[in-house]
Design a protein around this ligand. Structure first.
Ligand code: NAI
Ligand code: 13P
Length: 330
């Protein structure tokens, strides 16, 4: 309750949700649904949620206009009603205008571009949370996307990650998720914003651990997909999952020795590895790759509407990092 009073002193809060997604997986809209409902329950939150949507034409009309009139992302999340207080906005700077909280839910390759557009257009003291599962691929060396956002915009960035396949969350099937905070006050604020009876949030003071889990599990899921595509069986897949999790821990600690073991037992750790190796896109595309031998970019076009598979780009970053370290060590 102390937290709530403090928020009221700050005045009302506005939100910008950054993201959209593919037909079978729309993380941005799913999150907008959760937040749109939750802000109605706490009076320190402004009841209007602005959602930046990468604009496109659907049946001859702008997608944002369709969302705002039908309250449904008819292209990417058909059949799921969005709360009426969620307003789609095609202009990024306008969507972020007046926001005191920014939620980043977009594919990793667009983060730097979005930050560039946002620079100089956000409220002082604004705070952010990143739901992105991937690593920055634009610079040499490994870089967390929360750092990219934080350094570009000079704001505090928490992280949310977990076993959260978007379709299932959209249907309100029970799951857990993990928020990693740097600033406890912000962690608690984001707990209030995201927690629901079907989307149960835990908060931990290990943002780097939470973020690395979300990026690294994609690599394990690619391995699981290859095992499935080659028909190697469930025992082999279980071995990939077990060894993969151990390697995730080892790698995360190599990058940041302060990462906590306990984080890997949260939803962002073991649970996300399991769900991604069972039902995620990384697994699905890798399985098709092993089965058909088609080039990856062709499969990305066919199965991901041209978006990049996160597991493989993360793999490339990890290999380059390990290679550079070995060279330095020698
Ligand atoms: N889909 C899922 O089940 C989950 C996704 N996530 C994470 O959420 C983030 C977003 O993932 P998804 O919603 O699945 O999207 P996605 O990876 O399927 O990408 C498609 C989305 O990117 C948008 N887009 C295309 N061009 C763009 C541009 N130039 N700038 C900005 N956006 C553009 C499109 O509007 C489309 O909505 C990713 O980091 C993902 O790892 C996290 C948990 C679950
Ligand atoms: O992160 C996810 C589930 O938690 C979704 O994984 P994919 O990106 O492999 O679909």
């Amino acid at each position: 309750m102390t937290q709530l009073k403090t928020h009221i002193l700050f005045g009302t809060q506005r939100y910008g949700t950054f993201g959209g997604a593919l037909p079978d997986n729309n993380r941005g809209s799913v999150v907008a649904k959760i937040i749109g409902n939750n802000v109605m329950h706490f009076k320190e939150f402004n009841p209007q949620v602005k959602m930046w949507v990468f604009e496109e034409t659907v049946n001859g009309r702008p997608l944002t206009e369709l969302i705002n009139t039908q309250h449904e992302n008819v292209k990417y999340l058909p059949g799921i009603k969005l709360p009426r207080n969620v307003i789609a906005e095609p202009n990024l700077a306008k969507a972020a205008q007046d926001a005191t909280i920014l939620i980043f839910v977009l594919p990793h390759q667009f983060v730097r571009g979005a930050c560039k557009q946002l620079k100089g257009h956000i409220m002082p003291g604004c705070k952010a949370i990143s739901l992105i599962k991937g690593l920055d691929t634009d610079t040499a060396g490994l870089n967390l996307l929360s750092n990219v956002i934080s350094n570009s915009l000079d704001i505090d960035v928490s992280v949310l990650s977990g076993a959260n396949i978007a379709n299932e969350v959209a249907q309100e099937k029970f799951c857990e998720t993990t928020i990693g905070y740097r600033n406890r006050h912000n962690g608690q604020l984001f707990y209030e914003l995201f927690n629901t009876p079907y989307f149960r949030v835990s908060i931990v003071n290990d943002p780097n651990g939470v973020e690395m889990c979300g990026a690294l599990k994609n690599v394990v899921a690619v391995g699981a997909g290859i095992v499935d595509g080659l028909g190697l069986g469930d025992n082999t897949k279980a071995a990939i999952i077990r060894i993969g999790l151990m390697e995730m821990i080892k790698f995360a600690k190599l990058l940041d020795p302060s990462v906590k073991d306990s984080t890997f037992y949260e939803s962002c750790g073991v649970a996300d590895v399991i769900t991604s190796c069972a039902g995620g896109r990384n697994r699905r595309v890798a399985k098709a790759f092993a089965e058909t031998g088609k080039p990856l970019d062709k499969l990305e076009k066919e199965m991901l509407h041209g978006q990049k598979l996160q597991g493989t780009s993360t793999c490339k970053e990890l290999i380059a990092y390990l290679r550079d370290r070995r060279i330095e060590d020698e």
